[in-house]
Design a protein around this ligand. Structure first.
Ligand code: ADP
Length: 550
C-alpha cells in the first residue's frame, strides 16, 4: 500500500497489524467483567459483560464461517444500538469479512440498491425491521441468507423472507473456540454508504488500520475523551458511520457501555441515563432537542451525566447554552462526515482561554474546533488557491488523513481527491489558532448580490428565540439579488411569535443585509435518515415562493 520511499535504516519494532479483533481481545483480557447494558427490541433490559460479548462474537464468527463466509465478503446489518449488533461488529470484521451497516431509515428501494451494490452475502436484522426486510428482500440479488437477531420464541411462524435463520440458534450451535486471524491491516473492515441526498448513495470502505487509528484518536482527551471511568450511551446509531467509532473506543478504554436500542424518545433516554448512571453520550442536535423538551416539560435534572459530543449538523448555540448552564453538561461540538470515519474536528478549550469571559468562551465553543491529530485541513477558493486562517475569510474545506477516504467503494464517482485532499463540500472559516467554523454546506449557501450568506448563522440566531423549536434557512429566487434568505420556523409547543418579532430579533446580531426577507411558520421540518434537516426537500417545497421584497 505504501507509495513512499524506504529508508536504508528501517525501525526495528514488531510488525503487528492494526486489527479490529485486537480491541475485543484487549477488552476481554483486561476489562472482562465490565458491563454492556442494552435496551432490547424485545422491551427488556439486557446485561452482560465484555467477556460474554467476546465469547458470543467468536461463536458468531464460527457460525459465519460454516455459512461459507470468506474474507472480504460483505455481511449487512439493519439494527439498532444493542449487544447483538456489537457482536456482529467484532465477529464480521474480526474474521476478515466486511460489516456493511445499513441505515434502516432509508426507503426499501434505497436499501435494495445499496445491498445489491455492496453485493451483500447475508443480512442480519433486528425484529423491528421484519416488515422492512419483507418489503425489499425479493429485490436483493446477492443475499444468500437472512439472520433475525431475536430470541428464539420471537421468530415469525411464516415469512416471505427466504433462508431465514435465528441468530440465537446460530450462536447456540457454534463453539467459542475461534482464533481471530491475522491479516493485512489495510483490509476492509466496514462499509457505510452516504445518505445520498443528491444522487445515488456512495460507499465509504473503512480499513482495519483506519478504524483503529480513528479509535485511538477519537478517545483522546480533547476529542471525545472516552475513559474507563465513563459510562457511555451512544445515541448516534451503529447503523451509520459506526456510531462515531464508539463501539471501538469504548471497548478499548474499558468504559461501561449502555445501548438505547430502538427507544430514542426523550422519556426512554432520560430513564436510561438515570438508571445506568450515564456520564457521557453523543448524538445529533435533533436527539437532544427531544430529550431537553421532555426534561423541561417534566422539570427534571440529570444526576450523573457530565459530557456530550454533538455533531452531524451544527449545534445551535441556544441548545449548547441550555445544556451547559441549566444542566451543567460540558458540550463538545464535533464535525466530521461519513467519508472521514467520521471525526475531523472537536471543540474543547485550552489553558489560554481560562482568562476569557463566559461569552468569549461560549463563542469559541460554538465553533467546530480543532483538527484532531491525524486529520489535516485547509480552506481554498473556487480556483483551489489556499486561503488564510484569519477568522474571517471563508472557503471550501478540504481534508486529508489516514481515516479519510481516498476513493468511494467500486470507484463510484471516479477520482474524488483534489491534489491529494478530499473536498468536504462544506464552507468554513479558520481562526489564526486553528479553530474551524462551518458556515454552511456549499450547496446550501445563499448567494445574494454576488455575496455569500451562511445559513447556519441565520438558523442559530432564530433558534436562540425562546419561542423557536427548529429553524431552517434557504435561498429563494429574487429578481434583483439572485437569492434572498427565507426563514422556515417550527414554534415550540404552546409558544407564539410573529414574523415581525422574529425579524426584529436579528437586529444588532448580524449584518443588516443578511436578515431574512421573510418568515414562514410550519408544523414540522423534513428530517432525513441521519437526523438532519433536509434542505433540498424544503427548497422543493418553497420553489414557487414569492418573497414580499421581490
Ligand atoms: P450524510 O448526511 O450523507 O450521512 P454525513 O453524516 O457524513 O453525511 O454528514 C456530513 C456533513 O454533516 C458534513 O459535511 C457537514 O456538512 C455536516 N456536519 C457534520 N457535523 C457538523 C457540525 N458540527 N456543524 C455543522 N455541520 C456539520
Amino acid at each position: 500500500m505504501s507509495e513512499y520511499p524506504k529508508s536504508p535504516l528501517m525501525g526495528q519494532m514488531m510488525s503487528q497489524p492494526l486489527l479490529v479483533s485486537s480491541i475485543i481481545e484487549h477488552a476481554d483480557r483486561h476489562f472482562g467483567a465490565n458491563e454492556i447494558v442494552s435496551r432490547r427490541v424485545e422491551g427488556d433490559i439486557h446485561r452482560y459483560t465484555y467477556r460474554d460479548c467476546h465469547r458470543r462474537a467468536r461463536q458468531l464468527a464460527n457460525a459465519l464461517e460454516k455459512c461459507g463466509v470468506r474474507m472480504g465478503d460483505r455481511i449487512a446489518t439493519l439494527a439498532w444500538n444493542g449487544y447483538r449488533h456489537l457482536e456482529a461488529y467484532y465477529a464480521v470484521s474480526g474474521s476478515g469479512a466486511v460489516l456493511h451497516t445499513i441505515n434502516p431509515r432509508l426507503t426499501p428501494e434505497h436499501i435494495a440498491y445499496i445491498a445489491n451494490h455492496a453485493e451483500d452475502q447475508f443480512l442480519m436484522f433486528d425484529l423491528t425491521f421484519l416488515p422492512l426486510v419483507e418489503a425489499f428482500a425479493a429485490h436483493c440479488t446477492t443475499i444468500k441468507g437472512y439472520i433475525l437477531m431475536c430470541d428464539k420464541d420471537r421468530m415469525p411462524a411464516s415469512t416471505k423472507i427466504p433462508n431465514l435463520q435465528c441468530y440465537e440458534d446460530l450462536i447456540e450451535a457454534n463453539s467459542a473456540d475461534y482464533v481471530w486471524p491475522l491479516f493485512d491491516e489495510n483490509s476492509a473492515a466496514t462499509l457505510c454508504y452516504t445518505s445520498g441526498t443528491t444522487g445515488n448513495p456512495k460507499g465509504a470502505l473503512y480499513s482495519h488500520r483506519s478504524t483503529i487509528l480513528h479509535a485511538y484518536a477519537s478517545a483522546m482527551p480533547d476529542s471525545l475523551c472516552v475513559s474507563g471511568r465513563d459510562t457511555v450511551l451512544p445515541v448516534v446509531p451503529m447503523f451509520h458511520v459506526n456510531a462515531w467509532g464508539l463501539p471501538y473506543s469504548v471497548l478499548l478504554s474499558g468504559a461501561k457501555m449502555v445501548f438505547p436500542g430502538p427507544s430514542l424518545d426523550g422519556k426512554s433516554l432520560y430513564e436510561l441515563f438515570e438508571s445506568e448512571k450515564v456520564t457521557f453520550s453523543a448524538g445529533v442536535p435533533t436527539v437532544w432537542l427531544g430529550l431537553l423538551t421532555y426534561m423541561a416539560q417534566n422539570n427534571l435534572k440529570f444526576s450523573s451525566f457530565k459530557r456530550t459530543v454533538i455533531g452531524g449538523s451544527a449545534c445551535p448555540p441556544a441548545m449548547m447554552k441550555t445544556l451547559r448552564h441549566q444542566y451543567g453538561i460540558e458540550v463538545v461540538h464535533a464535525w466530521g462526515m461519513t467519508e472521514m470515519s467520521p471525526l475531523g474536528t472537536a471543540c474543547t478549550l485550552q489553558t489560554k482561554h481560562d482568562a476569557m469571559s463566559e461569552d468569549e468562551k461560549q463563542a469559541v465553543l460554538e465553533t467546530q474546533g480543532h483538527a484532531i491529530f491525524g486529520v489535516d485541513m485547509k480552506i481554498v477558493d473556487d480556483a483551489g488557491v489556499e486561503l488564510p486562517w484569519d477568522g474571517k475569510t471563508y472557503g471550501n474545506l478540504l481534508v486529508k488523513g489516514p481515516w479519510v477516504i481516498s476513493s468511494y467503494f467500486k470507484n463510484e464517482g471516479g477520482d474524488v481527491l483534489e491534489n491529494g485532499w478530499f473536498p468536504t463540500g462544506d464552507v468554513a472559516i479558520i481562526s489564526p489558532d486553528g479553530y474551524m467554523r462551518i458556515t454552511d454546506r456549499s450547496k446550501d449557501v445563499i448567494k445574494s448580490g454576488g455575496e455569500w450568506i451562511g445559513t447556519i448563522d441565520l438558523e442559530n440566531i432564530a433558534m436562540g428565540h425562546p419561542a423557536v423549536q427548529m429553524a431552517a434557512c434557504i435561498g429563494v429566487v429574487h429578481p434583483k439579488w439572485d437569492e434572498r434568505p427565507l426563514l422556515i420556523v417550527v414554534k415550540k409547543p404552546g409558544q407564539d411569535v410573529s414574523k415581525e418579532e422574529l425579524l426584529k430579533f436579528y437586529e444588532g446580531k448580524i449584518a443588516k443585509w443578511w436578515t431574512p426577507d421573510d418568515v414562514e411558520f410550519v408544523d414540522a421540518l423534513p428530517i432525513g435518515a441521519t437526523g438532519k434537516i433536509l434542505k433540498n426537500k424544503i427548497r422543493e417545497q418553497f420553489k414557487e415562493y414569492k418573497l414580499p421584497t421581490a
